[in-house]
Write a protein that binds this ligand. Structure first.
Ligand code: GLC
Length: 524
């Protein structure tokens, strides 16, 4: 395991709820993940990020943590984590855990103690309790809104507490020394157990303006935080990450942080990646880019350019457990699949690291038809169904067989129903089929490991027609992407080069079909 591995790592996201179920209760678990580690090694990724598996009432599928140093019995035990880390390391895979520092569960002992204690107490000071407005305090302290809909305050007795997400997720007060000490201790606990790093949930949200001013009209919007916002992207968060970096640097073997940072600009993002802060962050600019050559190229250039100013590598991500799967975002059906195949070759050829969300290597689409009573995402309930929520990208993986749960678990049970079409998309079905999405990912990842040009480094654009992007990476690698709807001739720069991989394997020599990409190596 070489130095600065994270500068070019491909990290596979395992959504524990939905990856593999070992005991047949319909919910994925850690023994399930452990049994499938060889699949991930063979896929060719470098590391695995596990979504939260800690004890939790699961009001937000584990992003409401009741105990940061244990495992929810639904998912297994601490021994399972230790075994999983050991097996992963034996296979050459690293394990990244998910840390949720912005808020705890309302069932966390600290919050229960806070509710039992009076206003002004040490117990309440770990959270953000405030008196209400109006003569009897019946109005919330300000107009802040929850990311999941509705207001960000819930009243308990004479006070209100802040929750930027669900009411079951009270926000911590990061000016409190006890909070800071506790999280450093949690980091040490998992680093001591062998974890290779952490993904930091809502990394831009920890600090709040102590005056807690009302949001202005423009700030009452979700998505990347406009500057001057009273609870997103405040400068005070950086101090937290500097102290965490000192802590991670004190461990052997390059432990890393990746931030979930939704901010206004790549300029602001780069601030989280200064040399003494986080190692990397998800690049949502790329995820949000439209399917057009201009939009994709701008996202690539801006990302690389801004991150270079702080010496950080870019990372690339197309999907995760919070967004509509990209096959569907790119138009769905055959077109969505073609574009997703091309996007995979683009992503994996770009300089830096990449994230693969479980199931994207199978070409899974978003599942739009789900029974309302099975939807678990709090956004669905809190918006009275106006927002379908994020369950559609969280449907359990199809592994094998022709009937549900398609090998997800030992029987038919799966907490969200898998569509019948997924019988065609199982790992078993795609394995060995050179035209499958799975074999495309496997080949791309194999080349990526073998070719010195890929991973960290620089790119050099070739001049191309409007809807075509082409770039070189040294030594001797070229990626060409046709975003448009008609075939185009290959650029002259790849004359005489060897075709390594094409997202449309049926292409005529010399042309690049619509919505497709290809990789070339210099020489025959
Ligand atoms: C992050 C997670 C998301 C969760 C939210 C609140 O955005 O990715 O799934 O709901 O934080 O913790």
């Amino acid at each position: 395991m070489s130095g600065e591995w994270w500068r070019s790592a491909v990290i596979y996201q395992v959504y524990v709820w939905s990856f593999a179920d070992s005991d047949g209760d319909g919910i994925g678990d850690l023994p399930g993940v452990r049994s499938r580690l060889p699949y991930l090694r063979d896929l060719g990724v470098d590391a695995v990020w596990l979504n939260p598996f800690y004890p939790s009432p699961q009001a937000d599928n584990g992003y409401d943590v009741a105990d940061y140093r244990d495992v929810d019995p639904r998912f297994g035990t601490l021994d399972d984590v230790a075994g999983l880390i050991a097996d992963a390391h034996d296979l050459g895979l690293r394990i990244i855990l998910d840390l949720v520092p912005n808020h705890t569960s309302d069932q966390h002992p600290w919050f229960r103690a806070a509710l039992a204690a009076p206003p002004g107490s040490r117990e309440r000071a770990r959270y953000l309790f405030r008196d209400g407005r109006g003569p009897d305090g019946a109005q919330p302290p300000n107009n802040w809104i929850s990311m999941f809909g509705g207001r960000a305050w819930t009243r308990v007795g004479s006070q209100w507490y802040l929750h930027l997400f669900a009411p079951e997720q009270p926000d911590l007060d990061w000016t409190n020394d006890e909070v800071r000490a506790e999280f450093e201790d949690i980091l040490r606990f998992w680093f001591d157990l062998g974890a290779d790093g952490f993904r930091i949930d809502v990394a831009h949200g920890l600090a709040k303006d102590p005056q807690m001013p009302d949001l202005g009209e423009k700030q009452i919007a979700t998505g990347p935080a406009p500057e001057g916002h009273p609870h997103w992207d405040l400068d005070e968060v950086h101090d937290v990450y500097r102290s965490w970096r000192r802590l991670s640097d004190s461990y052997p073997g390059e432990r890393v942080f990746v931030g979930e940072v939704w901010v206004q600009s790549l300029d602001r993002l780069a601030r989280y990646l200064r040399r003494d802060e986080l190692h990397t962050a998800f690049n949502f600019t790329f995820l949000l880019a439209r399917w057009s050559a201009k939009s994709l190229r701008t996202a690539v250039d801006d990302s690389i350019g801004h991150l270079l100013t702080v010496g950080a590598p870019a990372t690339w991500v197309l999907s995760n457990h919070d967004v509509i799967r990209h096959v569907t975002r790119y138009g769905g059906g055959e077109l969505g699949l073609r574009r997703a195949r091309a996007a995979a070759l683009l992503m994996l050829a770009l300089p830096g690291g990449a994230y693969v969300y479980q199931g994207e290597e199978l070409g899974l689409p978003e599942v739009t038809e789900l029974p309302d009573e099975l939807r678990r995402d709090p956004t669905f309930r809190r918006s009275q169904g106006a927002d379908p929520g994020r369950d559609g990208c969280r449907v359990p993986l199809p592994w094998s067989g022709a009937v549900p749960s398609y090998g997800f678990g030992p029987g038919a049970a799966a907490w969200l129903p898998q569509p019948p079409e997924w019988a065609q998309l199982t790992v078993a079905r795609q394995t060995g089929d050179p035209a499958s999405m799975l074999e495309l990912y496997r080949s791309a990842l194999r080349h990526r490991r073998e070719l010195p040009a890929l991973g960290d480094g620089a790119l050099h654009w070739l001049s191309t027609e409007d809807e075509v992007l082409a770039f070189r990476r040294e030594p001797g690698f070229t990626c060409v992407l046709n975003v448009g709807d008609v075939p185009v001739p290959l650029p002259p720069e790849v004359d005489g080069a060897r075709l390594l991989l094409a997202s449309d394997p049926a292409a005529d020599p010399g042309t690049l079909p619509a919505a497709s990409a290809a990789w070339f190596a210099a020489g025959r």
